[in-house]
Design a protein around this ligand. Structure first.
Ligand code: SDX
Length: 446
């Protein structure tokens, strides 16, 4: 209910520009016309607060007897949202109006998570209360460990994380009743459980895989530092502030990104009324794919292969240009400019490696590939730039995260965005998602 109030037309501190219009009050300012079989159909046009236009085709099939065709939904808005805005042509990313560069410089992950979920940056008291709630919520029921025991050690951490998130809902039956009003009434608890325990589940996957004992929580630690403690703590391990800040920044930069594949999956599952545990579990599975959150693993594997070969990587660029294999970490459905998150990650990579007095040959190779690609007509014509996955893996290596856990870090960072989209989907027209198709199969047969 608290979050629902956020979506009312409540003047925000940022003045008229920052007001959150309720989704229901977007004004229909223009009209588009479709001519089909000699008839003309008027279609309302929605105008977003940043000027983007959307032709409203909700009545198209009823009025004109046809549907639109857009495999991959590259030109289809599935919702109206007030959480994140991306201008791919200009390389702009904002959460609730704040530019990602400003947030990365002035905030930490939990502050940005509160901004994304609740609509405003927290004041000191709100931040302290949120932080305390998460600290009190790290432990998971013993039964969750038994679920983790049941899967082979060699299992992908993303498969296990998805299963454990679903299982987590079983231990919070009041938050997974598939009754949205009842679940929203406990939003703060739901946020604490998911944001805090996703770290514990990830650490459980890692410790079990390594045959290590589980680590007891240390509520005195900050969010990212606590994650590193749960993951790595043995007698001597102490996360350096530089490592903890770098990991916190990785979480922050992954916090939300409009209707990407995993978030759109979450909305699809949530549209049937499913609870948020079911939705984030589904989102983890979508994120797992090598074209999405699994890309940072492929980037590091590519860079390691180049390093091992002693070559400069030109072979991978040629393979990308010939269509044999995409240059992983490059290109994006929305960004046709440099992904602002990649810019920040590249800088943090260099800083952290310098602070550790370490050099990573993979960073040199990545920078060489980037320079070669950005001057190559194939990439220039297609507006292919480094995306968030191109440098994130190198930074995760510097922090010591194992390769196969890179997408797990992405999932932890994306949790606030998934929760915020799950909440918001009840504020849009709230119907179950049910796309149409163009049937190309057999006609009736006797
Ligand atoms: C993420 O959506 C999000 O917001 C995602 C994300 C988030 O925060 O949630 O930003 C996170 O998933 C980042 C993307 C990570 N994936 C990769 O790095 C994998 C490599 N990238 C490509 O697979 C591709 O760029 C995609 C999947 C990211 C986007 O694919 P699209 O939008 O379907 O692009 P396309 O296939 O229409 O490409 C247009 C052209 C094609 O060439 P032509 O047919 O016009 O000749 O560009 C080419 C493509 O072949 N192309 C590439 C390429 N990406 C696109 N060619 C070589 N290398 C690449 N990486």
């Amino acid at each position: 209910l608290k979050c629902a109030s956020i979506l009312e037309n409540r003047p925000s501190e940022r003045g008229s520009k920052g007001n959150l219009f309720p989704l229901a009050l977007y004004f229909i300012m223009n009209t588009a016309y479709l001519e089909l079989n000699g008839k003309r159909y008027a279609l309302p046009v929605l105008v977003g607060t940043q000027g983007e236009l959307g032709v409203d085709i909700r009545d198209l099939r009823k009025n004109a007897g046809c549907v639109t065709y857009d495999p991959g939904y590259g030109n289809t808005a599935c919702c109206r949202s007030a959480i994140t805005f991306v201008d791919g042509q200009k390389g702009i990313l904002r959460h609730r109006g704040y530019p990602i560069e400003w947030l990365a410089e002035h905030c930490n992950f939990l502050q940005v998570a509160q901004l994304i979920i609740y609509g405003e940056l927290p004041n000191a008291a709100q931040y302290a209360e949120f932080d305390e709630r998460l600290k009190a919520c790290v432990a998971v029921h013993d039964g969750i460990f038994l679920v983790a025991q049941g899967v082979p050690c060699a299992s992908s951490p993303m498969a296990v994380l998805s299963a454990l998130l679903s299982a987590l809902g079983c231990y919070h039956p009041d938050l997974s009743v598939n009754n949205r009003e009842q679940e929203l009434a406990q939003l703060d608890t739901l946020v604490s459980v998911l944001m805090s325990k996703v770290r514990t589940l990830a650490a459980l996957c890692y410790r079990k895989k390594q045959g290590l004992p589980l680590i007891y929580p240390r509520p005195d630690l900050g969010y990212a530092e606590h994650f590193l403690h749960l993951f790595f703590s043995e007698s001597s391990y102490e996360a350096s502030p530089a490592l903890a800040r770098a990991l916190d920044l990785i979480f922050l930069l992954h916090a939300d990104h409009e209707q990407n594949c995993s978030t759109a999956t979450l909305r699809m599952v949530g549209s049937s009324g499913s609870n948020v545990f079911a939705c984030v579990s589904a989102a983890v599975n979508a994120l797992w794919g090598p074209l999405h959150g699994g890309a940072n693993v492929r980037v590091c594997q590519m860079l390691e292969a180049i390093h091992a070969s002693g070559e400069d990587g030109s072979r991978f660029i040629e393979a990308a240009k010939s269509g044999k294999a995409p240059l992983v970490g490059f290109g994006h459905r929305v960004y046709k400019n440099y992904d602002p998150r990649a810019q920040i990650l590249k800088k943090v990579c260099k800083t952290l490696l310098a602070q550790q007095d370490k050099a990573d040959p993979l960073l040199e190779i990545a920078q060489y590939l980037e320079a070669k690609a950005l001057e190559d007509p194939y990439f220039i014509e297609r507006k292919l730039y480094p995306n968030v996955d191109f440098y994130s893996g190198i930074l995760l290596r510097a922090i010591g995260i194992p390769l196969e856990f890179f997408p797990v870090i992405f999932a932890i960072g994306r949790m606030p965005g998934w929760i915020a989209n799950w909440v918001e989907l009840t504020q849009d027209d709230g119907r179950i998602s049910r796309p149409r198709q163009i049937y190309v199969g057999q006609g009736v047969r006797s």
